[in-house]
Design a protein around this ligand. Structure first.
Ligand code: URA
Length: 197
């Protein structure tokens, strides 16, 4: 079968969005305000995967619109990248856990197939995971972000071979200046990683 075109993959992404927004039922749907599907360029070579929507994302329906999102934009700009143009941003969970608690294992199990499908449809060349939850899910390893940040890994998601580049979560960087500098240094390697594949 011929490979799906970018247009067909975008159409399939819209089908997934509509399914999650209007049809899919799970416990977090009952407490969320808006679904946070993900946003950006659906044909991007670079994808970021965060943890779960927070309060502002839940209200707006868009990922990373709060303080952590502003830091993400700032770090992208420092390496010459623009979120709308160059990146697709999604989360492990598409709905906010009440009170911003950590995602539960059963919520991750329920929601992760949708993330895997997004990755399959967007076909990024590099996936940057932000923080422990996204990193452990996509690496398939229990190793935490402090150990693996900045270490490129080759993984398979839904039959697609992708390069994973685990990064600290921007919210952690906002809390701890030394983490922010590590995150900034890892960000500095992204343009080179996009070039040399
Ligand atoms: N933190 C996340 O992990 N994702 C968001 O969308 C916002 C904050």
């Amino acid at each position: 079968m011929p490979e799906a075109t970018a247009g067909e993959r975008r159409d399939d992404l819209v089908v997934l969005y509509k399914h999650l927004r209007y049809e899919h039922h799970c416990p977090l749907r009952e407490t969320r305000t808006k679904l946070v599907f993900g946003a950006g360029n659906a044909d991007a070579e670079l994808m970021f995967v965060g943890e779960a929507p927070g309060a502002q994302e839940d209200l707006s329906g868009l990922p990373f619109v709060g303080r952590a999102g502003r830091l993400l934009d700032e770090l992208l700009a420092e390496v010459g990248l623009d979120r709308e143009r160059d990146v697709f941003v999604a989360n492990v969970l598409k709905c906010r856990p009440p009170g911003n608690r950590d995602p539960l294992p059963e919520e991750i199990a329920e929601c992760s197939p949708h993330l895997f499908r997004q990755i399959e449809l967007i076909r990024p060349r590099l996936v940057c995971t932000l923080g422990n939850f996204a990193t452990k899910l996509l690496s398939g390893s229990p190793q935490g972000i402090t150990r693996v940040h900045g270490t490129v890994q080759q993984v398979s998601v839904g039959g697609l071979d992708i390069r994973l580049f685990p990064l600290f979560h921007p919210a952690a960087a906002l809390r701890t200046p030394s983490v922010k500098e590590l995150l900034r240094a890892d960000f500095g390697r992204i343009p080179g990683l996009l070039e040399d594949q």
